[in-house]
Design a protein around this ligand. Structure first.
Ligand SMILES: *Cc1c(COP(=O)(O)O)cnc(C)c1O
Length: 402
């Protein structure tokens, strides 16, 4: 075996010289100019760039309102507050997500209830949701995992039947569509994140879109200490200086500096989405003939925004475990990752009483998944390297070269 065929893990030459991350922001000169313009203006926070960005996002997704926050996590916290989730209310969510999707329930004193996932889509299973609804259930937090929309027809009909509020954690799904409707206009409230690995970035940042005026007002209140200056809402207006703190809120505001970056990034979103889709399609073509790999299943009538490209490994066919494959790919300089450690398996949740075995599908699939690099500014060569690296490692562990 020559040095190129030999796994880097075993002392061979890596597929590429430099490390390729799994995701990365794309900032150009226009973005920098937009930020500079705000820095030179009168407002660097709570100014016109915020309301402009909010309007642009609301228009893009087809929602009536949008409220920007300092992070996606802050936005989820606000959504739970606006939904009125409080002490001992149960909120059903998926374990196959970043911890923030469920932490926000704890922030307001609620009780996360984990529904298992569909083994094909890896999204929350409507059947599992249904089996967990009780008198105490207040809301459902869906996650459009990897950018593929959850099964909203079924979830909405459950929500209607049992009077539940749907909060969509769409951190992965800006630009995704479910049956001709954009994600952002389907749940009662939808959260998008603008963390650098997400579709567009504001450094840190998040937003809630909604069509409900009451939620809209509560979200705004929560973002800024629970304080209002709206004279029609004041209980005891003492004069022009007067404002009232009516709820316990936070300082969760986004700056205008960030919003200007977000607006400029949004102009490029359709290009970013196209590139992600193209690369995802080519991955699937390249891996479709490999027995030991399951490529991402895509639902009919949905368009994924392809935040993540996740392959599932058949570890029996590979005669090894995910850890070995992961290490081998990392050594080839392919920045693989794992999304996600099921939330209920984290020590904090275990200490709250959540047990292994609660969501068997999520737990099993977690052991077998690997996220491959996918971002719009990766080059054709980067993309080719990932395919070559995966083929090299998989064929080695399939026994062909062993
Ligand atoms: C990124 C992410 C969040 C949190 O967003 P931040 O902006 O980083 O706070 C929440 N849920 C999911 C599924 C995410 O991917």
């Amino acid at each position: 075996m020559n040095k190129k065929e030999e796994l880097a893990l075993n002392g061979g030459t890596p597929i590429r010289d430099s490390y390729l991350p799994y995701g990365k922001q794309c900032i150009d000169d226009e973005d920098i100019k937009a930020v500079n313009n705000v820095l030179k203006s009168d407002f660097i926070t709570t100014g016109p760039a915020i309301s402009q960005f909010e309007k642009e996002i609301a228009d893009f997704v087809g929602a009536k309102y949008a409220v920007a926050f300092s992070s996606g996590t802050a936005a989820l916290h606000a959504a739970c507050f606006a939904a009125g989730v409080k002490d001992n209310d149960e909120v059903i969510t998926t374990p196959m997500t970043f911890a923030a999707s469920s932490n926000c329930i704890l922030y307001v004193g609620g009780q996360p209830v984990f529904a298992d996932i569909d083994p094909k889509t890896y999204n929350i299973s409507p059947k599992s949701i249904k089996s967990l609804i009780t008198e105490k259930t207040k809301a459902i937090i869906t996650v459009d995992f990897t950018g593929q929309p959850a099964e909203y027809d079924e979830i909405i009909s459950l929500a209607k039947k049992y009077g539940l509020i749907i909060i969509d954690d769409a951190a992965h799904a800006l630009g995704a569509t479910y049956k001709d409707r954009r994600i952002g206009s389907i749940g009662d409230m939808t959260m998008f994140s603008f963390h650098p690995v997400k579709h567009i970035t504001t450094g840190e940042g998040g937003i809630i879109t909604t069509c409900n005026e009451d939620y809209y007002e509560r979200l705004q209140l929560f973002r800024s200490h629970g304080i209002t200056r709206d004279s029609s809402k004041l209980k005891n207006n003492q004069g022009p200086w007067y404002y009232e703190m009516q709820e316990l809120g936070y300082n969760y505001r986004m700056t205008d500096i960030q919003a200007a970056l977000g607006s400029n990034q949004l102009k490029k979103l359709s290009r970013f989405l196209e590139k992600r889709k193209e690369y995802a399609k080519k991955y699937t073509e390249a891996f479709s003939g490999i027995d030991a790999i399951t490529t991402p299943y895509q639902q009919d009538e949905c368009i994924s925004s392809w935040h993540l490209y996740i392959v599932r490994l058949d570890t029996e066919k590979l005669k090894t475990n995910r850890l070995e494959i992961f290490k081998a790919l990392q050594m080839e300089n392919i920045g693989v990752n794992v999304h996600y450690i099921p939330v209920h398996l984290h020590p904090y949740y275990q200490q709250l009483g959540y047990k292994n075995g609660l969501c068997p599908n999520a737990e099993k699939i977690y052991e077998e998944i690997i996220t491959l690099p996918l971002f719009p500014t990766m080059s054709e060569q980067d993309h080719y390297d990932v395919i070559a690296g995966v083929k090299k490692v998989i064929s080695y562990y399939s026994g062909d070269l062993r």
